[in-house]
Write a protein that binds this ligand. Structure first.
Ligand code: ADP
Ligand code: MG
Length: 362
């Protein structure tokens, strides 16, 4: 697939503040790409530069093979949906959507037809004559989306598009937005600080950290093979424990963790012996007396159990005083009463395929 956008060595400095530093990124035509990271890491700055609302300090932006670095937003075939929707309050929904078309000299009848088409796509076919204040937040959000896609841009930029919605509506819109992307077949670049949203919606996710790209990969890559402890902890939860490699051979890598020992099959074996060992809470489980033959285990004592409805998070204090979380799903009929309680001595089993290693300082 050809790249629709190429960012070449893009940096953005605000005086001494670094917004973005040396970002190289290539976006495929039709991709759903998400920029993910905590507040202040540079997501919006990068998106605004792609849209032409902000000029890079250095570097080039290539759109469909053309250098657009110095072109204003309206000269790029890119459209942005803003976080606050920015609808005109005195215009109907139809007028709001058609506004950009009229600016381009498209006639009234055609503009209304296109507005109707865009409203169909966002599942609001009968709202064309309503005023924005008559609508719910979710509906205004759909209008803003219709307005952004009516001009048929090649790339749609979305800055935290769902952040104003409540949890249920947000989940529903995540899936709808993904379906709209598939129907339109254009490139979407979305910004979010919500890791679940990024995993659910995207073909590819760029995890950002202080103006830099921390990792670039599919949702599965990021979750299963996080490049650094930062990514491992930003995408979900990871138990990180300091350890020392004691053996490297064809069976795997053996790591000593506070006097206990674990085997891992993780293929990225650090060069130094001092490492951080990472395990997802849902990839560990408690053993009972009958499982005596299992040997990849950690011993500890339960300190806390937190009920999440569908799952239970149990915190275990290991022999060396480090905490380790174990998540267990609670399917129908499985009572939380069956799980270990605070004060219980427990044995945690972790499969060698589910233990990651990171270099110290990575
Ligand atoms: P995010 O969208 O990831 O929350 P931003 O891209 O908005 O982050 O900001 C990245 C960094 O650049 C932050 O440190 C922010 O304070 C700084 N920044 C953004 N815009 C400006 C500006 N107009 N002037 C000065 N600093 C800015
Ligand atoms: Mg932002």
């Amino acid at each position: 697939m050809p790249a629709i956008i190429e960012l070449r060595q893009i940096s953005k400095h605000y005086g001494s503040v670094i917004g973005i530093e040396h970002v190289e990124l290539s976006v495929e035509d039709g991709e759903f790409l998400t920029l993910l990271g905590p507040s202040g890491c540079g997501k919006s700055t990068l998106l605004r530069m792609i849209g032409g609302f902000e000029e890079p300090t250095t570097g080039q932006i290539i759109l469909s093979g053309q250098d657009v670095t110095d072109l204003p937003p309206q000269k790029r075939n890119v459209n942005m949906m803003f976080q606050d929707y920015a609808l005109f309050p005195h215009m109907t929904v139809g007028q709001n959507i058609a506004y950009g078309l009229k600016m381009r000299g498209i006639g009234k009848v055609e503009a209304r037809q296109k507005a109707e088409g865009a409203l169909d796509l966002v599942s609001m076919p009968d709202k064309i004559d309503q005023m924005p204040h008559q609508m719910s937040g979710g509906q205004r959000q759909r209008v803003a989306l219709a307005r952004a896609i009516v001009r048929e841009p090649k790339v749609l930029l979305l800055d935290e598009p769902l952040s104003a919605l409540d949890a249920n509506l947000r989940e529903q819109m995540q899936i709808e937005l993904k379906h709209i992307h598939d129907k339109l077949g254009i490139t979407f670049i979305m910004v979010t600080h919500d890791q679940t949203e990024a995993l659910v919606m995207s073909d590819r996710v760029i995890v950002m950290e202080s103006g830099l790209i921390a990792q670039d990969g599919t949702p599965e890559d990021l979750y299963e093979r996080p490049a650094t402890p930062y990514v491992a902890n930003f995408i979900g939860t990871t138990n990180l424990l300091p350890g020392q490699i004691t053996a490297r051979n064809e069976v795997g890598t053996r790591v000593e963790i506070g006097g206990q020992s674990l085997l891992t099959h993780y293929e990225k074996v650090p060069a130094q012996d001092s490492v951080q060992v990472g395990t997802r809470p849902e990839k560990a489980r408690f053993l009972s007396g009958e499982d005596a033959e299992e040997d990849n285990t950690l011993l500890g004592c339960v300190v806390e159990c937190i009920y999440h409805g569908n799952s239970l998070r149990t915190t275990v204090r290991l022999n060396d005083e480090q905490n380790f979380h174990v998540d267990a799903m609670l399917p129908m009929g499985m009572a939380r009463a069956a799980s270990p309680k605070p004060g219980d001595e427990v044995r945690i089993a972790v499969d060698p395929d589910n233990i990651l290693m990171f270099e110290i300082g990575s």
